[in-house]
Design a protein around this ligand. Structure first.
Ligand SMILES: C[C@@H]1N[C@@H](C(=O)NCc2ccccc2)[C@H](O)[C@@H]1O
Length: 452
């Protein structure tokens, strides 16, 4: 291990209350909103199938032309209470919203730029309305902030001249000022989700990324910062040059998940995956036929997979330019609500169990009660699932969460292996079974294999 000045600041999972709450939240709502919602993936009459919040890039729109969209920013149907109510009902425990995406447009009245809502026809302080409404219904709010900024004249992709150096110094001050402003205006914010940090300019400024992390924690003790912000002394990102995680949790899983076969190392740290409902649309795209759109059961499997590997999941919505939510996303939230109302106890505060992964689905252990759940996604034609337990551990009872008074038949399959028989008719949604487990010494967590 070499000594690093701007590498990882601590090892292992943070055990303070703020981080415990993040870890127990497990299920969050991601919101991508900005000027890009106005064209919604279409420019000069042409539909671009790429991510809608990147349209400026796909359609190669000059910044000064893209910036004119500010004159059309008028979300007159926007109702933060309505969004917060929908999110609460759906069972989201936290929410992360774009304060400023790569386009550089700020969804709060910033004193450091005119490219913000204060300079638009509709001057509503979107961040203020959202953090008030979501906090009021008990949902923790996090801010997404893009370091990459296509609008700001001092942004640089790389630092190759004295001029670049001076410009990027100005840009760093701009960012520091905006982040301070965000925490001071919205002190209930719980943390920051930084994005747009893959360019050389940031990788050459690892010290600055550590300073941002330290500044935010001094402004608000307990503040939570994702690993994607961070670069170390040598430009290594997320993990420093000694392979130690930087930031408070790993945030590299964007539209992908760790594998149970190769990536169980993730169970030793805090991490969060973020997912889109279409293949790759974060901002509003008017034509979702350009790609596969995940069904509710697919979204539930992404959520379950994350929690079963000890991580969080942010499910994204991209509101329309008028401030309403598209029907597909409203339907999805309603169906998540219906499933979470019955099965949420398996997701909230859920964690990696460590038993042998089975094809029928996932195990989740509750961090606090140590209850064990089997979440069945793949209906077995044999009408029973196999549960293989570690040495000296046995399954006493199995009760479906949809009716806990029901007791599923358990039969011996072999040493430390039982069958759990599933009811007829087979189910259309992920079927969750609460297992009554007896361990060697029966104390908490005995049946959870040591973390790899
Ligand atoms: C959370 C998403 N991140 C933004 C993005 O530019 N992703 C491109 C990307 C894809 C994979 C690894 C790093 C960066 C997307 O626009 C979303 O905001």
């Amino acid at each position: 291990n070499e000594s690093l000045k701007y590498g990882s600041q601590y090892e292992g999972k943070r055990q303070d209350e703020a981080m415990q709450k993040f870890r127990e939240n497990r299920l969050g709502q991601f919101i991508h909103w900005g000027l890009y919602a106005i064209p919604g993936g279409k420019w000069d009459g042409k539909i671009y199938p790429g991510a809608a919040e990147w349209l400026q890039s796909w359609a190669d729109v000059p910044p000064e032309e893209w910036s004119k969209l500010i004159n059309q920013w008028n979300p007159d149907e926007f109702d933060a209470q309505e969004w917060a109510h929908m999110a609460k009902e759906a069972g989201f425990k936290y929410m992360t919203v774009t304060t400023k995406h790569h386009e550089g447009f700020c969804l709060w009245p910033s004193e450091y730029t005119d490219f913000d809502v204060a300079s638009a026809p509709n001057k509503t302080d979107i961040m203020g309305e959202l953090i008030d409404a979501y906090t009021k219904v008990g949902i923790d709010v996090y801010f997404y902030y893009s370091i990459l900024d296509w609008h700001h004249p001092d942004w640089r992709y790389d630092i190759k001249s004295e001029e670049d150096e001076q410009a990027f110094e100005r840009y760093k001050t701009y960012v520091d000022n905006q982040l301070t402003e965000l925490v001071e205006r919205y002190p209930e914010v719980k943390g920051f989700w930084f994005d747009g940090t893959w360019d050389k300019s940031v990788k050459k400024n690892g010290k600055w990324t550590l300073e941002i992390q330290q500044m935010l924690k001094s402004l608000k003790p307990g503040m939570i910062v994702n690993s994607r912000l961070r670069a170390d002394d040598h430009g290594s990102r997320h993990f420093d040059s000694n392979d130690k995680l930087m930031g408070d949790y790993e945030s590299g899983y964007e539209r992908r998940l760790p594998s149970f076969r190769e990536d169980t190392i993730v169970t030793t740290r805090d991490w969060e995956a973020v997912m889109t409902v279409p293949e790759n649309q974060w901002g509003y795209h008017q034509d979702w036929s350009v790609s596969h759109v995940k069904s509710t059961n697919e979204v539930l499997e992404w959520i379950t997979h994350s929690v079963a590997m000890g991580g969080n999941m942010l499910v994204n919505i991209g509101p329309k330019p008028d401030g309403t939510i598209r029907q597909q996303e409203k339907t999805l939230m309603k169906e998540i609500e219906q499933w979470m109302d019955i099965n949420g106890e398996a997701i909230y505060a859920g964690d990696y169990l460590g038993w042998e992964k089975q094809d029928w689905g996932y195990y989740i252990a509750d961090q606090k009660t140590n209850e064990v759940y089997a979440l069945v996604f793949n209906v077995p034609v044999t009408q029973k699932i196999t549960v293989a337990t570690p040495e000296g551990i046995s399954i006493e009872e199995a009760h479906p969460l949809k009716d806990e008074s029901e007791s599923l038949k358990i039969s011996e399959k072999g040493p430390n292996e039982v069958f759990i028989h599933l009811p007829q008719p087979m189910f259309e949604a992920p079927y969750v079974i609460k297992l009554k487990v007896s361990g060697k010494d029966g104390s908490k967590g005995t049946y959870r294999k040591a973390k790899t």
